[in-house]
Design a protein around this ligand. Sequence first.
Ligand SMILES: *Cc1c(COP(=O)(O)O)cnc(C)c1O
Length: 365
Amino acid sequence: MREVGCSEEELFSFLSLMREKDLGYRNILSSMCTPPHPVAVRAHELFLETNLGDPGLFPGTAALEELLIQRLGALMHHPLAGGYATSGGTESNIQALRIAKKLRPTKSPNVVVPESSHFSFQKACDILGLEMRPVPLDAEFRMDADAIEDLVDKSTVALVGIVGTTEYGVNDPIARLSEIARDRDTFFHVDAAFGGMVVPFLDRPAPFDFRLPGVDSISIDPHKMGMSTIPAGCLLVRDPRCFSSLNVDTPYLTVKQECTLAGTRPGASVAAAVAVLEYLGMDGMRAVVAGCMENTRRMIEGMETLGYPRAVTPDVNVATFSCDHVPAGWRVSRTRAGHMRIICMPHVTRDVVEAFLKDMGDMDA
Ligand SMILES: *Cc1c(COP(=O)(O)O)cnc(C)c1O
């Protein structure tokens, strides 16, 4: 550290310099995050110093966390779901598997996850000492439900399905998986970190949530399509008593026990997540999602006209292509199989899509 601090002016010219090195969202087509909604920013500022790690000191903020759980629980068709605000899909997935492992003590526990699963499951398995059993995918990159039977055994603590896969934006056959989980008496976690804030706002969504009796827990991230500030994730469970297995005693806090992974936790991004839901309502979210889906459709149509076929028709706003090159100035990403991957987040407006397609076309000319 400096022996003597610098002036505020010097400090902020340094910080601004660093901030200018960051990319603006306009040309980022590779991210599941997006600039926060203006009401999220305003709410975030209002709750900047709040700490949900000691909720007795911030009862107003704690009530907002409960409201967030209630709202997202209702969105998942279970208003009495248990849950808490996590730092994102990674923490939600780790905690879900932690609960599953506690519920079924066994010598060499395993989890059955699709090959398409997010890398957070690798972290979860490493931390929790779980063997990861990948399930192959079908031609549309969805978990092949027929391949599950042989992989689930007495030491399987959880089955995982995905709504809105990170790479290809497709949904696993959640209804089938829910039945298998019930037949085999296995904990079933649905990773809807991305799709959880998209699928409920589509026209006729296939059920993937607590309406399916086998679903035990769901990850859903307001800091992606929920346009909250970062970090805002959410873990929901069908049975709120699940969390008691994670409780540790917390001397010197306003609560006696804590089931969260983090101790000190931001209230600001939780308030921001609630703000967006309250401000937009179902109607507003439907409009945002419809726009993103329309832009995804247009992106696919435009790319195919240029001769770059889609890898799959997605269920959510992720478009993937057989295309090796990228025009200068644009950020796209690549799937493990090498497909170009574009996420049509709210900042990827129709204008942005058309500008990208034009640059793609000019490259070929
Ligand atoms: C983004 C994502 C995650 C990880 O969420 P973080 O918020 O980055 O921790 C997990 N699963 C899926 C399906 C995701 O899309």
